[in-house]
Design a protein around this ligand. Structure first.
Ligand code: SF4
Length: 382
């Protein structure tokens, strides 16, 4: 079965064919639409009771990961809602690791995180990403709608850092003033967060109300034209977690390979490339949005002003007891070689939803942007 063709209004804007339209490089798996928080800008409009469209089972997610790997995908992010609210979260994390994805990240609000998960992540190179809206607990909690969420998120963030786990944190700018944003970023760097950045609120989900404008293609960051795909808990596939207005198929009706090779995804990626990506590159060349604050990123300095030191030496930890009975034997199909992160990758993504990655096919010179070190998976501890 093929996804219905979606008219994305390319029209006369279609000028340059994007060079990577039928690949799968990075997969977002939304493990639930539920969340224990209720952030004012949430693009999935998640809240504690928003799981009525959570249809995919653990077996479905397992199958999707294997299909993705067989299509050459090596980078995976679990996201939601709050992904840890999926009762099979730990099992799925073990499966992803067993399949041998080279980059596995959990995008979580970190208000809940058990020691078993932290230890498994530390031992297996699993990364974590989250959002922190302010260094002031009250300001952060006002955005999440849950009192003490700041305290819990920061406590668990510190635990991850103490275990040496790679962490990315974005401060989404909603109503905070510039001084608050700058202070929050400093706070996070001093905490020892690996990558810190700020990003604008986007007009998707509850963000439409905040910005008083409807969702539109130009509201995307533009990175998802190449090789990215999101699968929602109801099986819907989107070019990006934010692009929910533009479905490109459903995994309950078709295989991942059919979606990736389908016309709907190709047309959407082309539309994003033409309508969002190319104008942003042109703008960046003139010192515009992409070249300045939106791509702003602060990396943990090599000589931090306040060196981060774990409070106590980390205790040895027990791995998950979950061992898949039939471990997946990774195989690479002809034409889908393993996609190692390229040294040419150099753009930080402006949005908090993906790690810093841009395909090497990017037509733009990498000069004005900070160089990056691709986030290769750490070696497992012996
Ligand atoms: S933590 Fe994330 S998923 Fe949950 S409400 Fe906030 S933005 Fe939405």
């Amino acid at each position: 079965m093929h996804a219905p063709h979606v008219d994305v209004g390319l029209g006369s804007k279609q000028t340059t064919r994007s060079p990577a339209t039928k690949t799968l490089d990075f997969l977002w798996l939304e493990l639930t639409n539920r969340c224990n928080l209720r952030c004012v800008h949430c693009y999935t409009e998640s809240h504690p009771h928003s799981g009525d469209r959570d249809v995919l089972t653990a077996q479905d997610y397992d199958s999707l990961m294997r299909q993705a790997y067989d299509l050459g995908c090596r980078k995976l992010q679990f996201i939601g809602g709050e992904p840890q609210l999926n009762r099979d979260f730990q099992k799925l994390l073990v499966t992803a690791n067993t399949i041998s994805f080279e980059f596995i990240e959990v995008f979580s609000n970190l208000t809940q995180l058990d020691d078993e998960t932290i230890c498994y992540a530390a031992s297996n190179g699993i990364c974590f990403a989250t959002s922190v809206y302010s260094d002031e607990p009250e300001a952060h909690d006002a955005i999440t709608g849950v009192r003490s969420s700041h305290a819990r998120t920061i406590r668990n963030l510190k635990k991850l850092i103490d275990k040496g786990i790679e962490t990315r944190v974005a401060t989404i700018v909603i109503n905070q003033d510039q001084a608050n944003v700058a202070r929050t970023k400093r706070f996070l760097v001093e905490l020892g967060v690996s990558q810190v950045r700020s990003a604008e609120t986007r007009e998707f989900g509850r963000g439409e109300e905040i910005l008083s404008r409807p969702a539109r293609l130009e509201g995307l960051c533009g990175h998802c034209w190449s090789g990215k795909l999101c699968i929602a808990p109801d099986g819907a596939a989107y070019p990006c977690v934010m692009a929910r207005q533009w479905p490109v198929g459903n995994v309950l009706e078709m295989s991942l390979a059919e979606i990736v090779a389908g016309r709907s995804l190709e047309d959407m990626r082309q539309a994003i490339f033409d309508t969002v990506w190319l104008p942003k590159l042109a703008d960046a060349g003139n010192g515009g949005e992409v070249g300045t604050h939106e791509l702003e990123m602060v990396r943990k300095p090599s000589k931090p002003q306040k060196p981060h030191k774990p409070q106590k030496p980390p205790k040895p930890c027990a791995p998950f007891k979950l061992n898949p009975k039939h471990p997946h034997k990774p195989k690479t199909k002809p034409g889908h070689p393993a996609q190692k992160p390229s040294d040419d990758e150099c753009f930080p993504c402006p949005q908090s939803c993906v790690p810093d990655t841009v395909p090497p096919e990017c037509p733009q010179s990498c000069g004005p942007f900070p160089a990056r070190v691709p986030g290769e998976k750490k070696k497992k501890k012996e």
